[in-house]
Every structure is written in C-alpha cells, then in structure tokens.
Design a protein around this ligand. Structure first.
Ligand code: MN
Length: 148
C-alpha cells in the first residue's frame, strides 16, 4: 500500500493521537498553514496544499517575515489535507508529542516550480507576499521572503 501518506501513517498510532488519519483529499483549493509546534524542539511547520496532500517543511527558527531573511526548512513527510485545521496536544510518547497551534493560514499561488526551487506567493495574516523555497541537499531547503 505504497502511497504519498505512507510515511505519515507509519509514524503514528491513530488510536493514540488526535491527528487526522492518512486520507488524500483533492479539494481544488491551494491553501497553506504554518503550525507552531512545541515538540521536543520548538519549530514551525509550513504546509502547502498540493496534489491531494500537504507538502510539509519544518522550520526550526520560524518563517522569514522580513525580505532577505533566509531560514533553514527541512522537508518532512507529506501530511493529509485535513491537517490544515489541526490544533491540539499530541500526547507524550507519540510521534511529535507536544502542543500544535495554528500560527498563520491562508491561500497561496505557485509562480514557478522545478525540482530545485519553488517560487510562490502567500496570502496569510502574517505571511503575505513573495516567497521562495530552494532545495539545497537531501531534505534541506532554504525558505526566504523575496524583496518586493
Ligand atoms: Mn512538527
């Protein structure tokens, strides 16, 4: 049963976590969310709705809010689209244990996409404007806010 949410599913026990199950869902929308995740190490999770899942990156220092600021973003497993509304407490002993809060959400548009670079515009409350994700190596990307 290989699928885009297989890794998401393998990491979790759905009887013990309030997180949504591993269903793909094509909504026709292009939404994003940033969740503040008080896990063992505080980080922010950027998720872009794409191809029936949420493409996801963990950003240890938080999303760049000023042009020119570069932040490391680690690509993590695809998450189900229903995760876009998820807030709550993942209990001790479960994967990603800790509190999850929505830090920002909205819609986005892709401007350019190739394997090394994703250029997009975010329409959120905190994140509003042009952004780029540049793939550097393995699961590592640089997340930056464009000037203008
Ligand atoms: Mn996380």
């Amino acid at each position: 049963m290989a699928g885009p949410l297989e890794e998401y599913s393998e990491k979790r026990h759905f009887e013990n976590t309030p997180e949504p199950g591993p269903e793909r869902k094509e909504t026709g929308m292009q939404r994003f969310v940033v969740q503040e995740h008080h896990a063992r190490h505080l980080h922010w999770d950027l998720r872009l709705e794409m191809e029936g899942v949420l493409k996801s990156w963990a950003v240890p220092k938080g999303p760049p809010e000023q042009p020119g600021v570069r932040r490391l973003a680690i690509q993590v497993e695809d998450h189900p689209v229903d995760y876009i509304d998820f807030e709550g407490e993942i209990e001790e002993g479960q994967y990603g244990a800790g509190q999850v809060k929505i830090w920002d959400s909205g819609t986005y548009e892709i401007e350019e996409r190739d394997p090394k670079k994703l250029t997009f515009v975010l329409h959120g409350e905190r994140l509003d404007g042009g952004y780029v994700l540049v793939h550097t190596r393995e699961n590592q990307w640089i997340f930056l806010k464009r000037k203008g």
